[in-house]
Every structure is written in structure tokens, then in C-alpha cells.
Design a protein around this ligand. Sequence first.
Ligand SMILES: [Zn+2]
Length: 378
Amino acid sequence: MTATKEFGFELIARDGAARRGRLTTAHGAVNTPAFMPVGTAGTVKGLLPEQVAATGAEIVLANTYHLMLRPGAERVAALGGLHLFMHWPGPILTDSGGFQVMSLTKLRELGERGVRFRSHVDGSLHDLTPERAVEIQHLLDADITMVLDECTPFPASEPEAESSMQLSMRWAARCKDAFKRRPGYGLFGIVQGSVYAALRQDSARALQEIGFDGYAVGGLAIGEGQETTFAVLDATLPGLPAERPRYLMGVGKPDDIVGAVRRGVDMFDCVLPTRSGRTGQAFTRRATINLRNARHKDDPRPLDPDCACPACRSYSRAYLHHLVRAGEMLGPILLTLHNLHYYQELMAGLRDAIESGRLADFAAGFERQQAEGDLSPT
Ligand SMILES: [Zn+2]
């Protein structure tokens, strides 16, 4: 991948509210709408980086929280940064660590300064402030740094959501001050405000006053349901600048992604395709399939006859069922490969549909196929 000089975002086509764009970073370009596989601890579990790239992924996400605790951000920096360390030469986005601090650690004190917590690995005490979150992501050499925010729990009352969002906005300003501008590297703000449209709009405005290279929508996909997620996007996205990328954090299922792309989201990440692959679940054009199920035991057909991934090209459902039931490590590897392939083909289909102005047809076809359900048993 060739190095580019400036961090940027170019809009190539639109179809309704949906956008087809290209993000340029220090470590290469990303076609949007894009799905970022999650490489929690500096690895997309079970796959070689070359295999991740072969699914069509152009950018991966890594988790600041996990990497700061183990092996440590300073160590990764001394070893040449995360791209070299994990052998992923393409763009990397890191989260701020805030979400995992809130969800994985028990002992934590949250205040104006930041959050103090105990490591879930060894119980050691750590401080994560907006300044330190930015510094860690710089040490990791992330192409896209995310601001530290407080992930407002769901449900939250409007006053709770407002004070939490305001804290996140003050932290966002401190992150902007702490961020060292370098060509090809960007800093994204995160819109908060729970399910309250007015708070989301206030948050979007506050972030633009600070000024970011991209805008994420956070605090969703935490139990509010798809209808509410979409309502929040409808209230938020029109208030974000058209010329900057928009990233919906932690979403989601294939139909969540199709709906969010139609509303104007450019970037996604989610553990679903990888985590589901490790528990025997496969996403296909027609259904979500559980390979543990006995109906696949004697089935010589591929998982998804229209998929060109290694799992579908060379193996039967019966074999995948056997691997999953026997606890063989190749099972999760093949299913993770397939699931990431499926997600990336979905994104490629969405990009083509936006470019040719037929996104509504594409979405209707997607829904029709999903409604058909899995192939009939043999
Ligand atoms: Zn496949």
C-alpha cells in the first residue's frame, strides 16, 4: 500500500442519503461504506492478516484498552508501532478504551479528569484520561484516533444522558488539544446523548465547534433496539458535516448495516462476524445459520452456494458441522473467514448500488433473500 500525505475524505457518489466515498490515511485508502473487522488485541482472532485482507477488508479496528494493558502501548511503540507489530500494513482505527473500561472493569472511579480502573488481567491500577487515551493511540500509531467519551448506559434519563454527554464534550475538547497533527492521521469525535434527539443534535453541534476529521455516533447497539438506533441516526446525521466521514460504532447485524448505510453512515465495526464464527454461527445471503444444528450433519452442500470464500469453495456443511461439534480450531477459522467475507461482499454490494443509483433495489433484494430463510434440508 502506498503512503498518502493527507488525511482526507472524498465523496464519490450519493443515492438518497447514502454516500459512496473514499477515506485516505497514512497507510492507504478505504472505500466507504466500509466494515472494519475487530482485531481486539492486535489480531483478528484466528486469521492471518493476509486472510483478513483477502476478505476485502481495507481497515481494521484495534482496542486501546486491551493493548494498553497487554502488551502495553510503550512496548508496541518501541517495536515500531501496531502496523509492524501485528503485520497489518493498512489503515488501523483504535477506539479510546472507554467502552471496555466501562464494560469490563469492576472497580472504577469516573470524574472530570478521567477514569481510574483496575485491569481485568492482573488487577493493576490505571488512569485513563482524554490526554492519555490520545497518547496511547499515538504510541500505537493508529491512523484514526477516537476521542475518550463516557458511554452513557442504556436506559438513562434525559438529565443523566445530558450530563454524561456534556462530560464527553469536555473530554472531546481535551482530546483535540492533546492530538498531535501528523499528515495522514485523523481524530474523530463521538456524538453521545442516548436516545434523545435534542441531546444528539447538541452533541453534534458541540463537536463541530471543536472540529474533527470525522464524526462517530456512539452509545448505540447497547440494547435500545433497531428502530431506536435508526431514529437516533435520523435525528443525528443531518446535523453532521457532509464532507466528513461518519462512523456508527459497534453496529451491527447485516440488516442494521443496510439500514444505516441508507441513512448516510460511512463506517462500521462489530464483533458479530468474528465472535459468531467462533460459536458456530454463519451469516449467509438467506439466513443466519447455526452449524451445531444436527440438520447439517449429512449435508454435502456449501454453507452459501453464492459465496466464493475458502470455507464455501472447498468444504461442506457436514464437514463444518463436524469441526464445530468436535471443537476443532479449523471450525472457528473457516466460519470467521466466511462471515468476514460475507460482510465485505455486503459492503461491496452496497458501494456498487450507491454508485449506480440503485440502492433501494439492492436493499429490497437483500430483504427478500433474508426473508426466504435457509436452504431446505437435504
Ligand atoms: Zn463463504
